[in-house]
Design a protein around this ligand. Structure first.
Ligand code: UDP
Length: 221
């Protein structure tokens, strides 16, 4: 059976991810014509030399085995798209650039996307559809849920628990927790860019600043 590969999302992030996909395709000796951008809202037929198709066009390609990386930073869109592709028996595609560092006992569920210069150290467990954008790191003994997004240069120190659907903005720093007493970022929380998280973040809350505090009307000028 023939295999075909897609990067879902041909906007900014998708275009950064495509070279990571191309690296894999070349390494495996797969024809470049088996790799597509998938985007439902574009009229351009080629981006950076790669053909763009809609999801329906991709699904109707004759190739039996289909692999898709969801290269869209919004974690809720990713969650929707994952249920859609699973219904069509499309495999989530793990992508990991060659210079990513994983030290010891790192387990990551399906559909992860590890960008250039990402580092995961030791004893780390990560759920499905994790995005680690350029220069992010995850320290020792962290547990990360499903559909978590790290923007560029997120510094997540050791003994941190991040629940499902959390978004961490560019350059945020999460203080290390203690063994048995981790720092916990609650489900669906958002950590603003550059925030310095020194204590637990409740579920669904957005925190900003140093030290990070919940975003409230008073914080908005
Ligand atoms: N998109 C899509 N189908 C969907 C949702 C999103 O094709 O159901 C595409 C959308 O058209 C856009 C891309 O995904 O081109 C998302 O781009 P955006 O700039 O919002 O996110 P980023 O690239 O920053 O992750």
């Amino acid at each position: 059976t023939e295999k075909v590969f897609g990067i879902y999302g041909a906007s900014g992030f998708g275009r950064e991810v495509m070279p990571i996909a191309q690296e894999y395709i070349h390494k495996e000796g797969i024809e470049t014509g088996k790799l597509f951008f998938i985007d439902d809202n574009l009229t351009e037929r080629f981006i950076n030399g790669v053909k763009v198709v809609s999801y329906d066009e991709f699904i109707n390609l004759p190739d039996k085995e289909k692999f898709v990386s969801l290269a869209i930073a919004d974690r809720y869109i990713r969650r929707e798209l994952l249920s859609k592709i699973e219904k069509d028996n499309v495999h989530p595609w793990d992508l990991c650039y060659h210079n990513v560092v994983k030290l010891c006992d790192v387990s990551i569920d399906a559909g992860s996307l590890l960008c250039p210069f990402v580092t995961l150290t030791s004893n780390i467990k990560v759920g499905k559809q994790f995005h680690a954008n350029i220069y992010s790191y995850v320290g020792h003994d962290c547990i990360i849920g499903d559909f978590v997004t790290f923007a560029p240069s997120v510094k997540c120190n050791g003994n941190v628990v991040i629940k499902d659907n959390v978004y961490i903005g560019t350059g945020a720093i999460i203080k290390q927790g203690k063994p048995g007493r981790p720092i916990i970022i609650g489900e669906g929380a958002v950590v603003g860019m550059g925030a310095v998280v020194t204590k637990n973040v409740p579920a669904g809350v957005t925190v900003i600043g140093n030290p990070a505090k919940p975003l409230s009307r008073r914080n908005i000028k």
